[in-house]
Design a protein around this ligand. Structure first.
Ligand SMILES: *[C@@H]1O[C@H](CO)[C@@H](O)[C@H](O)[C@H]1NC(C)=O
Ligand SMILES: *[C@@H]1O[C@H](CO)[C@@H](O)[C@H](O)[C@H]1NC(C)=O
Ligand SMILES: *[C@@H]1O[C@H](CO)[C@@H](O)[C@H](O)[C@H]1NC(C)=O
Ligand SMILES: *[C@@H]1O[C@H](CO)[C@@H](O)[C@H](O)[C@H]1NC(C)=O
Ligand SMILES: *[C@@H]1O[C@H](CO)[C@@H](O)[C@H](O)[C@H]1NC(C)=O
Ligand SMILES: *[C@@H]1O[C@H](CO)[C@@H](O)[C@H](O)[C@H]1NC(C)=O
Length: 359
């Protein structure tokens, strides 16, 4: 669908310029070409994933369909992980691509942001396109490589809203990449996930310094949350229902389909020690005679607080340092020791910039 859109845009451009619609229009690459890691610019070798400044989708996003398997045989041991990650990366990449398309240099300069803002957004978009390619290359040709859905990030023409959401996207990326390391079988996958998580951190640090003018530091450790697929599931919030290619595998897989957790609008402060009121996307499957807890993760630590399922009020542990991100879930066991113990969430609570609050 997306590909069709790009092609028809290209066609309109030709017609408007009076150029003949010739047979030289390059045909889209084949699945065999796209399954070859040497096809197209190679991340880490080519500067394309840093320097491209077009508004049109870069490679490999301009070939926006699932890539069919060209061989059959057993799945690679980390194929499922990278299929999940590629589907999540389509969300992240598309966020930046929509920003590159919706805004220009003056959109940000007019709001008082540095004159390099659009350029940096475009460079991050390029990095994310490189991630798409890296994740495609990490899935064996025995397996399908998911294509993009349609996404609604709700920032429309509001550049400020875009910049706010950018923090949420980057911090959740940092968190799910950290969690996915626990699922990886191959050492090479663990290294790749760590390296890409670090790149997302650089994107986040850029924004904290350049855009928000706050300290980029988050204490000695960012937050390690073990159930990466629960975070991936939250990114489905941006997917327009029914818009995913039919060939795409389910995302994420496996999924617990937990209700998303948010903080109600009438909560105004989100610091350690503050009481907040939680809201659920749909009612969690509470069991009778069971104690529930809000389990808060920060750094490498977690703290459980009994959760009152009647009032939905909970207090962010005052023990935590007010820096970085706190991730919270509702669980039926202290410490949420298994993913099955989680009944709702995760919820992200940001400590900086303070003008942002939660996802
Ligand atoms: C793709 O994978 C399916 C399922 O494993 C298999 O039946 C099919 O033959 C594969 N396609 C090719 C071109 O090998
Ligand atoms: C930037 O975008 C705005 C809003 O769409 C538009 O009015 C303006 O002409 C654009 N500026 C440039 C330099 O393209
Ligand atoms: C961007 O802003 C810096 C200072 O903030 C200034 O030195 C530079 O000339 C500006 N560049 C452009 C292209 O406007
Ligand atoms: C907070 O807002 C929710 C609706 O979002 C409302 O149901 C609730 O009663 C409010 N709580 C307080 C303490 O005002
Ligand atoms: C607390 O959340 C539950 C689950 O969504 C909901 O049924 C209940 O009405 C909420 N309680 C209050 C006081 O808002
Ligand atoms: C939370 O902390 C407790 C105590 O250190 C630990 O046993 C538990 O495994 C932690 N939970 C997770 C999900 O890591």
């Amino acid at each position: 669908m997306f590909l069709k859109h790009i092609l028809s845009t290209g066609l309109l451009f030709c017609l408007a310029n009076g150029a003949p619609v010739s047979s030289t229009t390059p045909s889209p690459p084949t699945a065999s070409e796209l399954n070859d890691p040497n096809f197209g610019p190679i991340p880490g070798l080519s500067s394309y994933y840093s320097d491209y400044r077009g508004k049109e989708a870069p490679f490999p996003a301009k070939n926006a369909t699932p890539i069919q398997n060209t061989t059959s045989g057993p799945a690679g041991v980390d194929d499922l992980l990278f299929q999940n990650l590629l589907a999540a990366e389509w969300v992240v990449y598309s966020f930046y691509q929509q920003g590159v398309e919706a805004f220009n240099k003056s959109s940000f300069v007019d709001l008082g942001y540095p004159n390099t803002t659009w350029d940096s957004i475009a460079e991050i978009r390029d990095n994310e396109a490189g991630h798409l390619r890296l994740f495609q290359d990490s899935i064996s040709s025995n397996n399908i490589k998911p294509g993009p859905c349609s996404y609604d990030f709700r920032f429309k023409t509001d550049a400020e809203a875009f910049l706010g959401l950018q923090n949420i996207i980057e911090i959740s990326s940092m968190s799910f990449l950290t969690g996915l390391v626990l699922q990886a079988q191959l050492d090479s996958s663990k290294g790749a996930l760590t390296a890409i998580g670090l790149t997302e951190t650089r994107h986040e640090v850029w924004s904290l310094i350049e855009i928000w003018n706050v300290s980029p530091f988050a204490g000695p450790a960012d937050t390690s949350f073990p159930y990466a697929n629960q975070i991936l599931d939250v990114t489905n919030e941006f997917v327009i229902p029914g818009s995913c290619p039919a060939e795409n595998p389910p995302f994420p897989s496996p999924s617990q389909n937990l209700p998303r957790l948010t903080i109600t609008d009438n909560t105004t402060s989100f610091n350690p020690g503050d009481e907040v009121e939680l809201e659920f996307e749909f009612n969690p499957e509470y069991q009778v005679n069971t104690e529930y807890y809000t389990v808060y993760f920060h750094g490498l630590f977690n703290i459980s607080v009994p959760f009152d399922t009647q009032t939905n009020l909970t207090t962010i542990p005052s023990e935590f340092e007010a820096k970085g991100v706190i991730i919270a879930v509702i669980a039926d066991e202290i410490g949420a020791p298994s993913k099955e113990s989680v009944v709702a969430g995760p919820l992200f609570i940001f400590q900086q910039p303070t003008s942002l609050n939660s996802l």
